[in-house]
Write a protein that binds this ligand. Structure first.
Ligand code: PMT
Length: 408
C-alpha cells in the first residue's frame, strides 16, 4: 500500500478520457490513498457524479456556488486539505485557465487557491495539443512548477493520430506515488531530471528498421538512481525489453525524431542526461510497403541525418537545463573523442565509455566510464551499471548543491 494515509484531490475535466479517471480512482484507493473529486460541468457529459462518488466513496464537488458543497467543505479548504492535486483529464480549457490564473468555476478556483503540488494529465485532440496557444500554456504551467504527465501518442477517439491521449491510469499512479513519496530531504528532492535511454529504431519499411545494440540498462539505471535520490524523473526510452522503473514517468518512443520531441515536451528540467544510443542517420524516405526482393539486386537505401538531441538541447535558447550531460560511446581514443564531442555539442559534462565489442558495455551489466567536466577527467573503475548510475547521481547532487549555494 504505497499511498497509505495520502489524500489526493482529483479534478476530472470534460474529455472522453474522463472514463480513465474512474480507473485512476480505483488504482489510488487500491494503494491505500483517499480520493476526493471535483467534476467539472463538461466532465459530467462523460462520467456521472454517481459513478465518481461510488468509486471514490466521497461526495463529488461540482459547483463553486453550491450552498451544500460550501457548507460541507469550502473551496479553499478543499484545495488545501489534499496532499496532492491531480487534474485528469486536463483539457485544453482547464490548462488555459490554470495558465492564465482564471477562477470562474470550482476547478479553476481550486487550482488557483491551492498551496499543494499539482500534476496534470493532458488529454485533447492532437491539433489542439500542438496548437501554439496550448504549447504556450504548457510552458507557463511548467514554469509555475506544475508537473505534466504525458500526453501519450497514439490513435485518438476522434480518429486522428498523434500526441494528445491521456497517460494510462497506472502511469499516472506511479507519478503520484513518486511525487508523494519523495521526502523533502533527499539529495535531488524538488529537482526534475530528464533522461534518454536505449536505442532508437529507424524504419526502413513497415517491417524492417536500423537499430543498435544498446539495451537501455545504463540509462534505466540512472533513472532509478535519480528517483531514489528524490528527483522527479522523466525517462524517454527507445525500444527496450526492460520493465519501466518504479516511480518514474516513462515515455516510450521508437525513433530519434520522436525522442527529440518527447525531450522538448518534458522540459523544463534541472538536469538532462542523454544516455540513449540515438541513430545518427535514418532512411531518407522509409517505404510505406514492405520492400520486395527484386531480381535486380539489393535496394539502394539513402540515409539522411537525424537531429542531434543532445546538441539541440545543450544549445537551446529557452529551457536549456542548467546541467546538460551527454554520453560518448567510443571504440578508440576514448578521452580525446569524448572531449571533442563535449565541446562540439556544448554539453556541460560528458560520460565517456569504451563500447568496442570486447568491452561488452553495450547490452552488458558493467561499464568503465570517465567523467569529463571541462578539462577535469575522473576515471572510475569497472563497475556495475547501477553503481555507475549512483555515482553519477551523487556527482550531480553535489554540483546542484554547489551551484545553489553560489547563487544565494
Ligand atoms: O544501453 P546499454 O546497453 O546499457 O549501453 C549503454 C550505452 C553504451 C548505450 C551508454 O553508456 C552510452 O554510451 N550512450 C551514448 C551512446 C551514443 O549514442 O553515443 P554517441 O557518442 O554516438 O553520442 C554522443 C551523445 O550524443 C550521446 O549522449 C547521445 O545520446 C547523443 N546523441 C547522439 C546522436 C543523436 N542524433 N542525438 C543525440 O542526442
Amino acid at each position: 500500500m504505497r499511498l497509505e494515509g495520502k489524500k489526493i484531490l482529483l479534478i476530472i475535466g470534460g474529455g472522453i478520457a474522463a472514463y480513465k479517471s474512474l480507473e485512476l480512482i480505483r488504482a489510488i484507493r487500491k494503494e491505500g490513498g483517499e480520493v476526493k473529486t471535483i467534476l467539472t460541468k463538461a466532465g459530467t457529459e462523460f462520467v456521472t457524479p454517481l459513478s465518481v462518488a461510488s468509486l471514490s466513496g466521497h461526495h463529488v464537488y461540482q459547483d463553486l456556488f453550491s450552498l451544500t458543497d460550501e457548507t460541507e467543505m469550502g473551496h479553499i479548504e478543499l484545495s488545501r486539505s489534499a496532499d496532492l492535486v491531480v487534474v485528469a483529464p486536463a483539457t485544453a480549457d482547464l490548462m488555459a485557465k490554470a495558465a492564465q490564473g482564471l477562477a470562474n468555476d470550482l476547478a479553476s478556483t481550486t487550482l488557483l487557491a491551492t498551496d499543494k503540488r499539482v500534476l496534470m494529465a493532458p488529454a485533447m485532440n492532437v491539433r489542439m495539443w500542438l496548437h501554439p496557444a496550448t504549447q504556450r500554456n504548457v510552458a507557463c504551467l511548467k514554469q509555475d512548477g506544475i508537473g505534466l504527465i504525458g500526453p501519450d501518442e497514439g490513435a485518438m477517439a476522434c480518429g486522428e493520430f498523434g500526441p494528445g491521449r491521456m497517460a494510462e491510469p497506472l502511469a499516472i499512479l506511479e507519478v503520484v506515488i513518486a511525487t508523494l513519496s519523495a521526502p523533502a530531504s533527499l539529495p535531488l528532492s524538488g529537482k526534475h531530471v530528464v533522461i534518454t535511454s536505449g536505442p532508437t529504431h529507424e524504419p526502413i519499411d513497415p517491417v524492417r528498421y536500423i537499430a543498435n545494440r544498446s539495451s537501455g540498462k545504463q540509462g534505466h539505471a540512472i533513472a532509478r538512481a535519480a528517483a531514489k535520490a528524490g528527483a522527479r524523473v522523466t525517462l524517454i526510452s527507445g525500444p527496450v525489453t526492460l520493465p519501466d522503473p518504479e516511480g518514474v514517468q516513462v515515455i516510450h518512443v521508437e525513433d530519434a525524431r520522436a525522442m527529440l520531441q518527447a525531450v522538448e515536451q518534458a522540459l523544463p528540467a534541472d538536469v538532462a542526461i542523454f544516455c540513449a544510443a540515438v541513430a545518427d542517420w535514418r532512411v531518407a524516405s522509409a517505404g510505406t510497403q514492405k520492400i520486395k526482393k527484386e531480381k535486380a539486386g539489393p535496394p539502394h537505401i539513402e540515409l539522411t541525418e537525424n537531429p542531434d538531441i543532445l546538441a539541440t538541447i545543450a544549445q537551446a535558447k529557452t529551457h536549456r537545463p542548467p546541467l546538460v550531460i551527454g554520453f560518448a560511446a567510443e571504440t578508440e581514443h576514448v578521452l580525446a573523442h569524448a572531449q571533442a564531442k563535449r565541446i562540439k555539442k556544448q554539453c556541460d559534462w560528458i560520460v565517456a565509455n569504451d563500447v568496442s565489442p570486447a568491452s561488452g558495455v553495450m547490452g552488458g551489466d558493467q561499464n568503465t566510464v570517465h567523467l569529463l567536466r571541462g578539462e577535469t577527467v575522473s576515471s572510475w573503475p569497472l563497475m556495475d551499471k547501477t553503481a555507475v548510475a549512483e555515482a553519477l547521481v551523487h556527482e550531480i547532487a553535489l554540483a546542484l548543491k554547489t551551484s545553489s549555494h553560489e547563487n544565494q
